[in-house]
Design a binder for this molecule. Structure first.
Ligand code: 13P
Length: 229
């Protein structure tokens, strides 16, 4: 499989004009986009493969403000990001709710991408493997279907800092060893046009999950150029 590039646009874009300009500036590309849910349909109508940044644990019903997996699937999305550290931190997401969401995604034929990663204190205490093993075991409890993993150290997100290639390679090998199938594992956290040449040398990485750098279409094109070589 060629390496994949995923762009998590978080809540960066906030006007229709901004989104239209962004879409008009993007060349046709093999990137998978995770836009704000209100712009999801625009991206899909533009011909891009897309995913959603979160879903409800509930089926359609009396759940004010929530968004069902069924509606996301019906809109044409293929993937859903689950367990992103910003949701764990800001919206009190737990491993247990992530587990329910993964089940809901699979029931609705959405491919779940489970985000895992340690914080800085855990990193300095060399606890990364313990933390991510626990996150994986809890999030995937009673799940036998295949999922995708994105390793995103919390301390690397939006900071300009990244682990070394050797550290990432070691963790990705460890993650892969926890599965009895050929699990795809991405790296995310401060991937940019300036470090993609280096990060792309990591041997066992199946792709990159990009945040801020994906907002700038010329940076994104540079990243695509390097990764698809
Ligand atoms: P940054 O690339 O902005 O560090 O964000 C990474 C991320 O959170 C992708 O989900």
């Amino acid at each position: 499989m060629n390496k994949l590039i995923l762009v998590n646009l978080k809540m960066y874009q906030s006007t229709k004009e901004e989104v239209d300009n962004y879409l008009n500036n993007l060349k046709e590309s093999p990137v998978i986009f995770f836009p704000s849910v209100i712009y999801l349909e625009k991206f899909i109508n533009h011909g891009f493969v897309c995913g959603c940044q979160n879903i409800s644990i509930n089926d359609p019903g009396a759940y004010t403000s929530e968004i069902s997996a069924k509606s996301i699937k019906d809109m044409g999305a293929k993937y859903v990001l689950l367990g992103h550290s910003e949701i764990r931190q800001n919206l009190s997401e737990t491993d247990e709710s992530i587990n329910l969401k993964i089940k809901k995604a699979l029931d609705n034929n959405l491919k779940p991408i489970l985000c895992i990663g340690e914080n800085y204190e855990e990193y300095t205490q060399m606890m990364t493997k313990i933390i991510i093993k626990r996150q994986i075991e809890k999030a995937l409890k009673d799940i036998t279907e295949e999922v995708i993993i994105s390793y995103e150290p919390v301390w690397a997100i939006g900071t300009g800092k990244t682990p070394t290639n050797n550290e990432i390679e070691d963790i990705l090998n460890y993650i892969k060893s926890l599965f009895n199938y050929d699990v795809k594992v991405f790296y995310g956290g401060s991937v940019s046009k300036d470090n993609i040449n280096e990060l792309n040398k990591i041997k066992n990485v199946d792709g990159f999950l990009i945040g801020k750098a994906g907002l700038d279409t010329s940076s994104l094109e540079k990243i695509i150029e390097v990764v698809s070589k």
